[in-house]
Write a protein that binds this ligand. Structure first.
Ligand code: GLY
Length: 589
């Protein structure tokens, strides 16, 4: 019998412990009301009429320009996404896919799924050798790793549904940045330098992302004339300019030459989809986030439902006890993520059950307040679990329409292959499938056959573009890259704002931790735990490793720099760019 089951069958002991804990927390709260955890974060960027936070300053500028001219948040998001494809090629893309969460000022909510999907020639064992073991690198490097891209279809669908400006206007900044180039700064150069060796293996990528075979230097100008031509085609023809005609032909030819399986029929049949977002409530706030084929919204809500039962604010920010509850909520949610969720066109996702209050209570019952669970003993099918390299941006306009958009090539710079003549760098999203159920992927995620490869199937994602509202009005728009760490980062920023009263910038800056069931260790950013909190947690059986890779959260808070804290007169929007990467910017007007 698993540890989870054995802890679950002694609920009365845990209820007593928890009651004692809640009582002591209440006393603590009365004696020591919680104040902000950090004193040294800069103030968030304040603006009166609109705000864009993205991973590249020039893309944020493109979005603000659209807002200034009267475009809405969806218009601005489309301009930002195309601009990032030029200025932030590590994750901004035409050759990848993603998700857009939309909340309109009139309260309507929508979700656009433009996740990549497996080509028709894909098969469950395509990355395994004769003995059934994964072939290293096959699902992450080169054309065989490429899934059918969805970004252009998704941005077009968003524009048709909610946009108010002509397509050509929204693509104009990206075309200008590609054709005229832009001066690289140190953050851009550092990002490109991470993939120098991979670019050298692909002449079409090397021709763009290396300068005469050498890494680009700060101050030099990166021109992308092939990409400018591709963007011009999209501007004049829409999706057809990418999925049909010369761009599509170049993608297919490059794939064939590179031993990939992408075919014209895959491009012909790709469709972005509107889906119903996942929604839940947390301490009086309403959360709208990503449904399958992303796991993001489901496990974010699962963790929030569980954590709602603990007095996090009274326990204090990054207290040993508060961190313990968060780690255990994460551990349980990732059991469910990795075993039960997948493309809803192919598998049944038990979202309603995972998000029911009864299920949250059962998970809490299984969490021992004093001891870490043994990840290896937590199993799908046993109670309570029956049966770097993406980018996010957040936008809000003067009317209060909000967009959270996360899209990706999967790994930084995707599969490191570019179709000659197009400037389009391609994704390696096939690695987000369970290449071999039970074997870890790029992010160490150990997943089940629910997420096995099948033709036309969309790989399970962790992307979590999220909008949080109070009384029907958005108060927090956020998301982040980070592979499997996306959802836990979104969770912690939300907790920092809602439970711990931080400003949005403090909430983004604060060090984070990450637990994903397997491996059982929790990864810590530097300074995430004091030495004595860490000792207390280790005594409870928690295990830690250092060096969680840095995510880049992009968050906007509405109404003040912190919840219920007024900002300077006239200022409505407060943007926080994550300082963990050197290229982003929060800009408003
Ligand atoms: N490629 C990372 C994700 O979708 O979660």
């Amino acid at each position: 019998m698993s540890a989870a089951v054995s802890t679950a069958i002694t609920p009365s002991i845990h209820r007593q412990r928890l009651r004692r804990l809640l009582l002591s927390c209440l006393c603590l709260a009365l004696l020591q009301p919680w104040t902000s955890a950090l004193a040294a974060s800069p103030a968030p960027v304040a603006a009166a009429s609109g705000m864009v936070v993205s991973a590249h300053r020039l893309a944020s500028e493109a979005g603000v320009e659209v807002l200034r001219r009267g475009g809405n948040a969806v218009d601005a998001a489309i301009a930002v996404a195309y601009a990032l494809a030029v200025t932030y090629p590590a994750a901004g893309n035409l050759g990848g896919g993603g998700f857009m969460t939309v909340q309109l000022a009139d309260g309507r909510r929508d979700f656009i799924d433009f996740r990549e999907q497996a080509p028709q020639a894909a098969s469950a064992d395509m990355y395994l050798d004769a003995s059934g073991e994964p072939l290293p690198g096959r699902s992450t490097e080169g054309w065989l790793a490429v899934a059918v891209p969805g970004t252009v279809a998704g941005l077009e669908l968003a524009r048709e549904r909610f946009g108010s400006r002509p397509r050509s206007e929204l693509l104009a900044p990206a075309i200008r940045l590609a054709r005229e180039g832009f001066a690289l700064d140190q953050g851009d150069v550092d990002m490109l330098a991470t993939a120098t060796a991979a670019f050298r293996r692909d002449p079409a990528s090397a021709a763009i992302f290396l300068h005469d075979g050498q890494p680009w230097q700060a101050g030099e100008r990166l021109l992308q004339s092939d990409l400018a031509r591709t963007l011009e085609r999209i501007a004049s023809e829409g999706g057809a300019g990418f999925y049909h005609g010369p761009v599509a032909a170049a993608l297919v030819a490059a794939s064939q030459a590179g031993h990939g399986i992408l075919a014209q029929t895959d491009l012909d049949h790709y469709q972005a989809r509107e889906r119903k977002p996942v929604e839940c409530d947390y301490r009086g706030y309403h959360v709208v986030s990503a449904p399958p084929p992303s796991s993001g919204g489901t496990i974010l809500c699962e963790m929030l439902n569980v954590l709602q039962g603990y007095p996090l604010a009274a326990l204090g920010w990054h207290s040993a006890q508060g961190v313990h509850f968060q780690i255990e909520a994460m551990r349980h949610a990732y059991v469910d993520r990795n075993n039960f969720l997948g493309d809803p066109d192919f598998v049944a996702n038990p979202v309603a059950r995972l998000l029911s209050p009864e299920y949250a209570a059962r998970v809490r019952n299984a969490i021992d307040p004093a001891h870490a669970a043994d990840s290896h003993a937590l199993r799908a099918g046993e109670a309570p679990h029956e049966g770097s390299n993406t980018t996010h941006f957040s936008v809000i306009d003067r009317d209060g329409n909000a967009v959270a958009l996360t899209y990706t090539l999967n790994n930084w710079f995707g599969a490191h292959v570019t179709a000659t003549g197009t400037g389009v760098l391609m994704n390696d999203e096939m690695d987000d499938f369970a290449v071999k159920p039970g074997a870890p992927n790029l992010y160490g995620l150990v997943q089940s056959a629910t997420n096995a490869i099948a033709p036309g199937k969309r790989p399970l994602s962790s992307m979590t573009p999220t909008i949080v509202s109070r009384d029907g009005q958005p108060v927090l728009v956020l998301g982040t890259p980070g592979g499997s760490m996306i959802t836990t980062s979104v969770l912690q920023v939300m907790l920092n704002v809602i439970d711990y009263g931080m400003t949005v910038q403090e909430a983004v800056d604060a060090p984070r931790f990450h637990q994903q069931w397997l491996p059982p260790t929790t990864r810590l950013e530097p300074f995430a735990l004091s030495a004595d909190s860490r000792r207390l947690l280790e005594a409870m059986g928690q295990q830690f490793s250092n060096g969680a890779p840095a995510n880049h959260v992009a968050a906007i808070l509405v109404g003040g720099p912190a919840l219920d804290r007024p900002g300077p007169p006239g200022m409505r929007y407060f943007g926080a760019n994550d300082p963990r990467h050197g290229t982003g910017a929060a800009l408003g007007y």
